[in-house]
Write a protein that binds this ligand. Sequence first.
Ligand code: OGA
Ligand code: MN
Length: 189
Amino acid sequence: MSALAGPGYAVIPDYAGARLVQSLLTSRLDRQRLGQFQAAGVGVGGRHAIRTDIRGDRIAWVDEPRAVAEAEFLADLDVLRLNLNRSLMVGLHDVQMHFASFAPGFGYVRHLDRSPGGLDRVVSVVYYLNTEWEPGDGGELQIETDAGPVLVSPRADTLVMFLSDRFIHAVLPALRERHSLTGWFHRRA
Ligand code: OGA
Ligand code: MN
Protein backbone atom coordinates (compact mmCIF):
# COMPACT_ATOMS: atom_id res chain seq x y z
CA MET A 1 0.00 0.00 0.00
CA SER A 2 3.02 2.29 0.30
CA ALA A 3 2.74 2.96 -3.46
CA LEU A 4 -0.38 4.99 -2.78
CA ALA A 5 1.46 7.19 -0.31
CA GLY A 6 4.34 7.60 -2.82
CA PRO A 7 3.37 7.73 -6.52
CA GLY A 8 -0.30 7.77 -5.58
CA TYR A 9 -1.29 4.72 -7.56
CA ALA A 10 -0.70 0.98 -7.40
CA VAL A 11 -1.18 -1.88 -9.86
CA ILE A 12 -1.40 -5.43 -8.44
CA PRO A 13 -1.45 -7.99 -11.31
CA ASP A 14 -2.36 -11.09 -9.27
CA TYR A 15 -4.65 -9.87 -6.57
CA ALA A 16 -6.82 -12.76 -5.39
CA GLY A 17 -6.72 -15.56 -7.92
CA ALA A 18 -8.80 -17.11 -10.71
CA ARG A 19 -11.42 -18.61 -8.39
CA LEU A 20 -12.62 -15.25 -7.12
CA VAL A 21 -12.69 -13.94 -10.69
CA GLN A 22 -14.88 -16.84 -11.82
CA SER A 23 -17.27 -16.46 -8.88
CA LEU A 24 -17.57 -12.72 -9.44
CA LEU A 25 -18.25 -13.31 -13.15
CA THR A 26 -21.06 -15.67 -12.13
CA SER A 27 -22.67 -13.09 -9.85
CA ARG A 28 -22.18 -10.44 -12.54
CA LEU A 29 -24.17 -12.64 -14.92
CA ASP A 30 -26.88 -13.19 -12.28
CA ARG A 31 -27.26 -9.45 -11.84
CA GLN A 32 -27.40 -9.01 -15.60
CA ARG A 33 -30.16 -11.63 -15.87
CA LEU A 34 -32.04 -9.84 -13.08
CA GLY A 35 -31.95 -6.67 -15.16
CA GLN A 36 -29.81 -4.75 -12.68
CA PHE A 37 -27.46 -3.20 -15.22
CA GLN A 38 -28.24 0.33 -16.37
CA ALA A 39 -26.45 2.78 -18.62
CA ALA A 40 -24.05 4.80 -16.48
CA GLY A 41 -24.62 8.52 -16.40
CA VAL A 42 -22.45 11.59 -16.24
CA GLY A 43 -23.13 14.84 -14.44
CA VAL A 44 -23.50 17.51 -17.09
CA GLY A 45 -24.13 21.02 -15.74
CA GLY A 46 -25.24 19.55 -12.43
CA ARG A 47 -27.65 17.21 -14.18
CA HIS A 48 -27.55 13.51 -14.80
CA ALA A 49 -27.33 12.48 -18.43
CA ILE A 50 -26.62 9.35 -20.46
CA ARG A 51 -23.79 10.25 -22.82
CA THR A 52 -22.33 7.10 -24.32
CA ASP A 53 -19.90 9.31 -26.27
CA ILE A 54 -18.38 10.25 -22.87
CA ARG A 55 -18.86 7.01 -20.96
CA GLY A 56 -20.22 3.84 -22.52
CA ASP A 57 -20.45 1.41 -19.63
CA ARG A 58 -23.45 -0.23 -18.07
CA ILE A 59 -23.29 -0.61 -14.30
CA ALA A 60 -24.89 -2.53 -11.43
CA TRP A 61 -24.27 -1.25 -7.91
CA VAL A 62 -23.34 -3.80 -5.24
CA ASP A 63 -25.16 -2.31 -2.26
CA GLU A 64 -26.03 -5.65 -0.74
CA PRO A 65 -23.72 -8.54 -1.59
CA ARG A 66 -25.89 -11.24 -3.13
CA ALA A 67 -23.19 -13.88 -3.48
CA VAL A 68 -20.42 -15.25 -1.28
CA ALA A 69 -17.81 -13.97 -3.73
CA GLU A 70 -19.16 -10.43 -3.52
CA ALA A 71 -19.13 -10.54 0.28
CA GLU A 72 -15.59 -11.94 0.19
CA PHE A 73 -14.38 -9.20 -2.13
CA LEU A 74 -16.02 -6.51 -0.01
CA ALA A 75 -14.38 -7.98 3.09
CA ASP A 76 -10.99 -7.87 1.30
CA LEU A 77 -11.57 -4.25 0.42
CA ASP A 78 -12.41 -3.50 4.02
CA VAL A 79 -9.04 -4.88 5.13
CA LEU A 80 -7.49 -2.72 2.43
CA ARG A 81 -9.42 0.26 3.79
CA LEU A 82 -7.94 -0.19 7.25
CA ASN A 83 -4.43 -0.52 5.78
CA LEU A 84 -4.97 2.65 3.75
CA ASN A 85 -6.11 4.48 6.85
CA ARG A 86 -2.79 3.62 8.44
CA SER A 87 -0.52 4.34 5.45
CA LEU A 88 -2.31 7.43 4.12
CA MET A 89 -3.41 8.66 7.54
CA VAL A 90 -6.92 9.35 6.35
CA GLY A 91 -10.22 8.26 7.83
CA LEU A 92 -11.83 6.21 5.07
CA HIS A 93 -15.13 5.04 6.45
CA ASP A 94 -16.61 2.94 3.68
CA VAL A 95 -16.34 1.58 0.16
CA GLN A 96 -19.01 1.54 -2.53
CA MET A 97 -18.68 -0.42 -5.73
CA HIS A 98 -20.43 -1.41 -8.91
CA PHE A 99 -19.94 -3.89 -11.69
CA ALA A 100 -19.17 -2.14 -14.96
CA SER A 101 -19.34 -3.60 -18.46
CA PHE A 102 -18.26 -1.81 -21.61
CA ALA A 103 -19.50 -3.19 -24.92
CA PRO A 104 -16.88 -3.42 -27.68
CA GLY A 105 -16.00 0.01 -29.04
CA PHE A 106 -17.09 1.93 -25.94
CA GLY A 107 -14.82 3.67 -23.44
CA TYR A 108 -14.74 6.46 -20.93
CA VAL A 109 -13.05 9.74 -21.90
CA ARG A 110 -10.45 11.43 -19.65
CA HIS A 111 -11.92 12.41 -16.30
CA LEU A 112 -11.30 12.77 -12.57
CA ASP A 113 -13.35 10.58 -10.24
CA ARG A 114 -13.89 13.39 -7.80
CA SER A 115 -16.58 15.83 -8.83
CA PRO A 116 -15.88 19.53 -8.25
CA GLY A 117 -16.50 20.34 -4.62
CA GLY A 118 -16.99 16.68 -3.76
CA LEU A 119 -14.54 15.61 -1.08
CA ASP A 120 -15.93 12.20 -0.41
CA ARG A 121 -14.07 9.98 -2.91
CA VAL A 122 -10.48 9.51 -1.78
CA VAL A 123 -9.22 6.30 -3.39
CA SER A 124 -10.53 4.69 -6.59
CA VAL A 125 -10.17 0.93 -7.00
CA VAL A 126 -10.80 -1.21 -10.08
CA TYR A 127 -10.67 -5.00 -10.21
CA TYR A 128 -10.72 -6.56 -13.67
CA LEU A 129 -12.62 -9.70 -14.62
CA ASN A 130 -11.46 -10.30 -18.21
CA THR A 131 -10.01 -13.76 -18.66
CA GLU A 132 -7.75 -14.49 -21.63
CA TRP A 133 -7.39 -10.80 -22.42
CA GLU A 134 -4.78 -10.27 -25.15
CA PRO A 135 -2.69 -7.08 -25.52
CA GLY A 136 -4.35 -6.38 -28.89
CA ASP A 137 -7.81 -6.40 -27.29
CA GLY A 138 -7.31 -2.82 -26.06
CA GLY A 139 -9.48 -1.51 -23.23
CA GLU A 140 -6.53 -0.19 -21.23
CA LEU A 141 -6.99 2.11 -18.29
CA GLN A 142 -4.81 5.11 -19.13
CA ILE A 143 -3.61 6.98 -16.05
CA GLU A 144 -1.95 10.35 -16.62
CA THR A 145 1.03 10.67 -14.30
CA ASP A 146 3.82 13.27 -14.03
CA ALA A 147 6.07 10.71 -15.70
CA GLY A 148 3.66 10.26 -18.62
CA PRO A 149 0.73 7.97 -19.31
CA VAL A 150 0.59 4.60 -17.56
CA LEU A 151 -1.44 1.94 -19.37
CA VAL A 152 -3.06 -0.87 -17.39
CA SER A 153 -4.41 -3.83 -19.34
CA PRO A 154 -7.77 -4.95 -17.83
CA ARG A 155 -6.63 -8.56 -17.37
CA ALA A 156 -8.51 -10.77 -14.92
CA ASP A 157 -7.33 -10.50 -11.30
CA THR A 158 -5.49 -7.19 -11.78
CA LEU A 159 -6.36 -4.65 -9.09
CA VAL A 160 -5.54 -0.99 -9.59
CA MET A 161 -5.89 1.80 -7.06
CA PHE A 162 -5.25 5.51 -7.34
CA LEU A 163 -5.92 8.71 -5.45
CA SER A 164 -9.25 9.94 -6.81
CA ASP A 165 -8.40 13.66 -6.81
CA ARG A 166 -4.92 13.30 -8.31
CA PHE A 167 -5.13 11.32 -11.56
CA ILE A 168 -6.96 12.10 -14.75
CA HIS A 169 -7.65 8.78 -16.43
CA ALA A 170 -9.56 7.26 -19.32
CA VAL A 171 -10.81 3.85 -20.46
CA LEU A 172 -9.72 3.11 -24.02
CA PRO A 173 -12.22 1.27 -26.24
CA ALA A 174 -11.75 -2.48 -26.53
CA LEU A 175 -12.42 -5.11 -29.16
CA ARG A 176 -14.20 -7.31 -26.61
CA GLU A 177 -16.72 -6.73 -23.86
CA ARG A 178 -14.81 -5.45 -20.82
CA HIS A 179 -15.90 -6.32 -17.28
CA SER A 180 -14.76 -4.94 -13.92
CA LEU A 181 -15.76 -4.10 -10.39
CA THR A 182 -15.09 -0.45 -9.71
CA GLY A 183 -15.23 1.16 -6.31
CA TRP A 184 -14.38 4.16 -4.21
CA PHE A 185 -13.20 4.51 -0.65
CA HIS A 186 -14.94 7.46 0.91
CA ARG A 187 -14.29 9.68 3.80
CA ARG A 188 -17.16 11.42 5.50
CA ALA A 189 -18.08 14.52 3.47
C1 OGA B 1 -14.61 4.79 -13.71
C2 OGA B 1 -13.31 4.40 -14.34
C3 OGA B 1 -11.73 2.69 -14.96
C4 OGA B 1 -11.67 1.31 -15.53
O1 OGA B 1 -15.55 3.97 -13.68
O2 OGA B 1 -14.70 5.93 -13.23
O3 OGA B 1 -12.52 5.28 -14.56
O4 OGA B 1 -10.54 0.87 -15.85
N1 OGA B 1 -13.04 3.09 -14.60
O5 OGA B 1 -12.70 0.68 -15.72
MN1 MN C 1 -12.88 6.96 -13.33
